[in-house]
Design a protein around this ligand. Structure first.
Ligand SMILES: Cc1ncc(COP(=O)(O)O)c(C=O)c1O
Length: 372
């Protein structure tokens, strides 16, 4: 008989009182759409990342689609990407009429393997899209070195990596196009929403139009001064993908706690790592000293993974698997890759959120140590 104890969730967003109070003020302010709070968040997040510009959008998926859209790649252009990511990232390629070409991942990080990227990039490659798996930064120097020499742009999906640091600089500041998600389970949870951190003024200007149907000036811009100006231009075919001030208010208030929250996430992961070191049939992922993970996930690699998942579930402990490879879904084509297969079939994400106590973590560790 398994002892009845409280359930331990895999994820659980912590929304601070500051965010709740700030939202109430925004809700009473008379401006809920794309407006002053969005601008404030964009400036604060760009400053936090060390990025030149930040553009607030409706989701991480929207940010990825817009990042691909501004590259103006002809239909059918190949984009080298990781199959070990949330499927929406690779669906964004399909929405843009692009062809995903799947690269293999590193066996001890889950991140795209620069050696595999090097083998796949060629004349047909229009871009490379990478994801910082679990918040652990990819080998950015190797990737940018390889791609800049060939003039190939790279999109960094930083959905897991808010606050991560790579070789002394925040992830989000190294390249031209970085995307973020503020969906409920993320390190910076705002209910939903996303952002792009970009270097080029031209991308920034165009993204601001594309997120709002291609309209040349937003309602907020047209409200400046004494009277509202109703007329606007439409410079190109855009999307309804802008951030709104309610989400921006939550994101801005939560941003003040991101570093503190990431420190706690790091403590939880360190506790798991020391508790689980040496467990037979279990492998921990790499943590190199030249980068700091945002610790969005605490993934470990387990033999007989499904048995471990079942055993933890019997003990009220939720787990996740990040991810079934995109090439397994019928919308995509692509051969199974050895690094991806060895990783995802063993991958199990342990509970990781700010509501976890050390005792909760110890309970997960003990349950695993008892065997599966
Ligand atoms: C790696 C990755 N990319 C993209 C996304 C998409 O973000 P959103 O849910 O905000 O559209 C997610 C979110 O789950 C994700 O985990």
């Amino acid at each position: 008989m398994v002892e009845e104890r409280s359930r331990i969730a895999l994820f659980c967003p912590l929304i601070r009182d500051e965010a709740i109070e700030a939202v109430a003020a925004t809700l009473r302010s008379g401006w809920l759409g794309l407006g002053p709070r969005t601008q404030e968040f964009e400036q604060a997040f760009a400053a936090y990342l060390g990025a030149r510009h930040c553009v607030g959008v409706s989701s991480g998926t929207a940010a990825l689609q817009l990042a691909l859209h501004v590259l103006d790649l002809p239909p059918g252009t190949e984009v080298v990407t990781s199959p070990l990511t949330f499927v929406s990232a690779n669906l964004a390629l399909l929405h843009e009429g692009l062809k995903p070409v799947f690269a293999d991942v590193q066996p001890r990080t889950g991140n795209i393997d620069p050696a595999s990227v090097a083998e796949l990039v060629g004349d047909r490659t229009g871009a490379v899209m990478v994801m910082h798996y679990g918040g652990y930064p990819c080998d950015l120097d190797e990737l940018y070195g390889l791609l800049q020499a060939r003039g190939i742009p790279m999109v960094e999906d930083c959905a897991h990596a808010a606050g991560a640091v790579y070789r002394g600089a925040r992830v989000g500041s190294h390249g031209d196009l970085h995307t973020y998600s503020f969906q409920a389970a993320k390190n910076l949870p705002a209910g939903d929403g996303g952002a792009l951190a970009v270097r080029s003024d031209a991308f920034d200007e165009r993204l601001r139009r594309l997120r709002l149907h291609g309209i040349t000036s937003s309602s907020f811009d047209r409200s400046a001064g004494f009277a509202y100006r109703w007329d606007y231009g439409v410079s190109e075919l855009g999307f309804k993908q802008h951030m709104n001030d309610v989400i921006a208010t939550i994101a801005l208030a939560q941003l003040a706690f991101l570093d503190e929250d990431n420190v706690r996430r790091g403590e939880v992961v360190a506790r798991y790592r020391s508790g689980l070191a040496g467990v037979s049939g279990l492998e921990l992922l790499d943590h190199e000293s030249d980068r700091t993970s945002a610790n969005h996930l605490c993934c470990v690699l387990a033999e007989n993974r499904d048995a471990l998942v079942d055993r933890l579930a019997e003990h009220g402990i939720e787990t996740g698997v990040h991810y079934r490879p995109s090439y397994d879904y019928p919308l995509f084509t692509g051969e199974a890759l050895p690094g991806v297969e060895s990783f995802w079939r063993r991958a199990v994400s342990l509970p990781l959120h700010l509501g976890l106590s050390d005792e909760n973590v110890d309970r997960v560790v003990e349950t695993i140590r008892e065997g599966w």
